[in-house]
Ligand binder design. Structure first.
Ligand code: ADP
Length: 275
């Protein structure tokens, strides 16, 4: 049995239409367990995740798509590092979405996304996603409202289609406070191992903090469905963030209850002779 924290220690999915409070308070959890305790519990969850992934891969009925969204320095890379370590690398693929190329812009916005949706048996992690097309595109005014507004429904249809074809979708918004982002961006500027990551757009986006908050609130209200739910992960503390994502993934795969297929009869017969 993995060492675990109380059952209440998980985030629930955003309900359809819910107007989620996205202030600084929501980026932290009051009375969170200590860092050490959380790290130990996360390690147990990751071990469980490794077992579940092996069975999920063998079972092959579904794929799992984890979508990670969040502001700059919210910890998308950190979450990927944390969960990726648990997985057998042959069963997991990470896709990152930066500004679309000129070819991608000639296609519909879901074209580049659909190509990298994980096939059955695989786990896919999206570092940013098609949601940028209703976030960055809206906030930076890269397209008029007549273009981005219908995308909420288009996304819901797309995700429903994937769900009906065996893709289990879970989406995490890594929510950090404005103060925490400032600390992390300052640390990035001072660290030669990190400051190469800094881009002018990061500062532009920070100036548009409230506009992004509105855009994220709309995403959560309009695109969290029972089959493809959003989770808001309080992410000011990395240990809390990593624990809550791992907890949600374990819950998701346990609900699938993946099983190893039975050995083929011909192989069973041959094995008898082999022995
Ligand atoms: P990161 O900042 O996540 O490390 P990149 O710098 O490669 O990675 O790319 C992220 C940038 O790409 C972000 O500013 C994001 O808003 C932007 N981006 C991603 N998808 C789109 C899109 N569909 N349209 C416009 N900008 C996008």
């Amino acid at each position: 049995m993995p060492k675990d924290l109380p059952a209440a220690w998980r985030v629930s999915a955003v309900s359809a239409g819910e107007q989620v409070a996205l202030g600084s308070n929501a980026a932290r959890i009051e009375n969170a367990p200590g860092k050490k305790e959380l790290e130990v519990a996360t390690q147990s969850l990751l071990s469980r995740l490794a077992e579940l992934q092996e069975a999920f891969h063998a079972d092959g009925r579904h794929s799992l798509l984890l979508v990670l969204q969040g502001r700059d320095a919210s910890g998308k890379d950190g979450v990927i590092k944390s969960v990726y370590g648990a997985f057998n690398p042959t069963g997991v693929r990470v896709a990152a979405f930066g500004p679309p190329s000129s070819l991608e812009l000639k296609h519909d916005f879901l074209w580049r996304v659909h190509q990298v949706v994980p096939p059955r048996g695989m786990i896919g992690v999206f570092n940013r996603s098609h949601y940028e097309d209703v976030l960055a595109v809206r906030v930076r005014k890269l397209a008029p409202e007549t273009v981005w507004q219908p995308r909420f429904e288009q996304i819901n249809h797309f995700e429903q289609m994937l769900h009906e074809n065996g893709v289990i979708i879970r989406k995490c918004f890594l929510h950090i406070s404005r103060e925490e982002q400032r600390e992390r961006l300052l640390a990035r500027l001072d660290d030669p191992h990190k400051n190469w990551k800094f881009r002018l757009e990061d500062l532009d986006d920070r100036a548009l903090w409230d506009e992004y908050t509105d855009a994220y609130r709309d995403v959560l209200a309009k695109c969290s469905t029972p089959d493809s739910p959003w989770f808001v992960i309080p992410s000011d503390e990395k240990a809390v963030r990593n624990y809550l994502v791992a907890r949600m993934l374990v819950d998701t795969l346990e609900a699938v209850n993946p099983t190893y297929p039975a050995m083929q009869q011909a192989v069973r017969d041959a094995a008898r002779d082999f022995k």
